[in-house]
Every structure is written in structure tokens, then in C-alpha cells.
Design a protein around this ligand. Structure first.
Ligand SMILES: Cc1cc2nc3c(=O)[nH]c(=O)nc-3n(C[C@H](O)[C@H](O)[C@H](O)COP(=O)(O)OP(=O)(O)OC[C@H]3O[C@@H](n4cnc5c(N)ncnc54)[C@H](O)[C@@H]3O)c2cc1C
Length: 306
């Protein structure tokens, strides 16, 4: 892994760094570039704007790794409130939600995470939309896939996420035949025993997995900003005779918006992952770890305005 990425991910776990960044006056301005706001209302506003521009949305209430039942419950309630609002504003047909099981109690008890995820899936169904279960670090992969399998018995449209950097992922693509599957590169610092560390190997695995998903009968969701991968996926989709509405591209809020618009104008389904909520720190750090240029931008803002 790139040393700067390792350093930033390590800093992300440091309490002193966390306090310094979270309390810097400028942080909120910088965060706005990647996060839709702290409230349900701001998330719904951002969603309406994206939908108006021909994009679809998946919303993530920020927060992860809780070992506190009260916090897990608060997260579930935030999702229920959000789903209500999406329904009331008529946005539910274009906007779904993404849920991290660690935010709804996975570390405490897998059963609690399953129950909480099921509550969100039930509400999503009532509102006319779906849920995707985000994938976190490799120590949670088996547990997340177990919960997903359970949830999909009642709500088969629930989406999975697979990470191309994991050596196991091609096998998981086959195991999830017929499902909605988001394929991403993977955002966590993982050991070489389970993950490819060479970016080229990750890309090759991404293409192998994309082919497997496109050859299957499921609904693949290609989450990447990588121009080469976007081009390869579009070409492979044509080769597999995929109708435009039988797969989609996904990108993060605030990243390559012009490319999002271009793909949508070409007739592709494009979904933007929109994070919101007060717990933006870990999310921001992962985005910064991916882009040295964004780190420079962030540090410059801290120096010039704090
Ligand atoms: C919708 C969505 C959902 C995700 N869900 C998960 C999840 O559940 N679990 C998980 O582990 N990870 C998730 N990720 C994160 C993902 O795993 C990667 O860490 C992240 O997307 C960066 O990888 P990349 O494919 O965009 O390519 P990178 O290797 O980061 O970048 C490749 C190329 O893309 C272009 N690019 C990238 N970023 C930018 C930018 N800011 N501006 C301009 N060009 C850029 C550049 O040309 C760059 O060289 C998700 C990502 C997306 C888009």
C-alpha cells in the first residue's frame, strides 16, 4: 500500500489527530465537498439536486464501529427518519440507503446487527426502495455475508458489496450469483495474506470480478472513479449484451461530478453515494488517504484559515 495512504489511515485512528481535525474551524468547509451535511434535511436536499440532474443516489448515515447499543439504535432511527423523508418527498424510487453493519451493532452481537438491518430493510421496502450493506475490513467479511444471506431471504433485493482487493472476491462473486452486487476496489488497510497490495493486481481482479458479475444474472453496481475501469466495464457490458438498465456505475458524492454527468448523459444508470451525518471523520480520512492531492488541499485549508 502507498506509504502516504498507510500514514493517513494510521493517523485516522489517533485520538489527538482526530480532535485536531474535528475541531479545526475550516474542517466543516472542507468536509462539505465530500459530505452532504449533518442532518436528514441536508441529505434529502442533496438527493433532490442529484436526482434532478438525472442521477440516482444511495445515502449513508455516517458512523461505524459502535460498541454501544444506544448509538446503534440512534443509527437505526436516523435511517428510518431518512427513509420516511425520501418517501414523503417522492425520492424513494431514485434513492436507496447504504448501511454499515458495524454502525448497527455488528461488533456487539451479529444477531443485533441482523435485527437492526432487518428493521431498515423492512422500512425501505415500505417506502419503495432498497438497502445495500456496505463492506468493511476483512475481519467482518464472513459475518457481513452471513447477515446479508439472512436478510436477502426476506428482502432479496438487498445489495452486497465485494472488494476487488481481497483475494477471495472472485469466489464471492460466484457465490452471490443473481444478487445486486456493488464491486469496489476496497478502502481499508489490509494484510497481504488476504488482499492484493499491488494496485495493478487489484485492477486485474476488478476486471475478472466485473466479467463474472456481467456474465451472471444479477444486477452489478460498479463503484469506481477509475477512468480505465469505467471504460473496460462499459466495453465488457456491451460484449455481454447487457441492457443499459441491467447494471449501474456508482461514484462518491463530490468526486468526478463531471464524469457522473457524462455517463448519465450517455444513457448509463449512475448512482451517487451520498454520506451525511455528524460522524464524518473516518469517512473523510479514507477519502484523503486515496488522494494525495486532496490531502494537500485539506492541509492548505487548515493552515490558511484556522
Ligand atoms: C459508490 C461507492 C461505494 C463504496 N463502498 C465501499 C464499501 O462498501 N467498502 C469499501 O471498502 N469501499 C467502498 N468504496 C471505496 C472504494 O473501495 C475505493 O476505496 C474508492 O472508490 C477509490 O477507488 P477507485 O476505484 O475510485 O480508484 P482509485 O484507485 O482510488 O483511483 C483510480 C483513478 O480514479 C481517478 N480518481 C480517483 N479519485 C479521484 C478524484 N477524487 N478526483 C479525480 N479523479 C479521481 C484517478 O484517475 C485515479 O488514478 C466505495 C466507493 C464508491 C464509489
Amino acid at each position: 500500500m502507498n506509504p502516504l495512504r498507510t500514514l493517513i489511515l494510521a493517523a485516522a485512528g489517533n485520538d489527538a489527530v482526530r480532535r485536531a481535525v474535528a475541531t479545526a474551524p475550516v474542517s466543516r468547509d472542507v468536509v462539505r465537498r465530500f459530505v452532504a451535511g449533518e442532518t436528514v434535511a441536508s441529505a434529502v436536499d442533496a438527493t433532490a439536486d442529484l436526482v434532478e440532474h438525472g442521477l440516482r443516489v444511495t445515502l449513508d448515515y455516517l458512523g461505524e464501529d459502535t460498541s454501544d447499543r444506544t448509538v446503534a439504535e440512534r443509527t437505526v432511527r436516523a435511517y428510518l427518519a431518512l427513509l420516511d423523508q425520501l418517501h414523503e418527498t417522492g425520492l424513494a424510487c431514485d434513492a436507496e440507503v447504504s448501511v454499515k453493519l458495524s454502525a448497527v451493532g455488528q461488533a456487539l452481537d451479529e444477531r443485533l446487527a441482523l435485527d437492526n438491518a432487518s428493521r431498515i430493510c423492512a422500512a425501505a421496502e415500505q417506502c419503495g426502495t432498497t438497502v445495500t450493506l456496505d463492506m468493511e475490513d476483512h475481519t467482518t467479511t464472513d459475518s457481513t455475508l452471513r447477515v446479508l444471506a439472512e436478510v436477502r431471504r426476506a428482502w432479496p433485493a438487498t445489495g452486497a458489496v465485494l472488494q476487488a482487493y481481497l483475494r477471495r472476491t472472485l469466489e464471492d462473486c460466484h457465490a452471490l450469483e443473481g444478487a445486486r452486487v456493488r464491486l469496489c476496489k476496497g478502502a481499508y488497510a489490509e494484510p497481504a495474506s488476504v488482499a492484493f497490495s499491488d494496485p495493478h493486481e487489484v485492477d486485474l481482479n476488478y476486471v475478472r470480478c466485473a466479467n463474472a458479475l456481467l456474465a451472471g444474472s444479477g444486477y452489478p453496481m460498479f463503484a469506481t472513479h477509475d477512468p480505465r475501469l469505467v471504460e473496460i466495464v462499459a466495453e465488457r457490458a456491451r460484449w455481454h449484451d447487457r441492457a443499459p438498465d441491467s447494471f449501474e456505475f456508482q461514484m462518491l458524492y463530490g468526486i468526478r461530478p463531471a464524469e457522473q454527468a457524462r455517463l448519465a448523459a450517455e444513457g448509463h444508470v449512475v448512482r451517487v453515494y451520498v454520506p451525511f451525518g455528524e460522524q464524518w471523520y473516518g469517512y473523510l480520512m479514507r477519502r484523503l488517504a486515496e488522494r494525495p492531492a486532496a490531502v494537500a488541499f485539506f492541509l492548505r485549508s487548515l493552515v490558511s484559515r484556522s
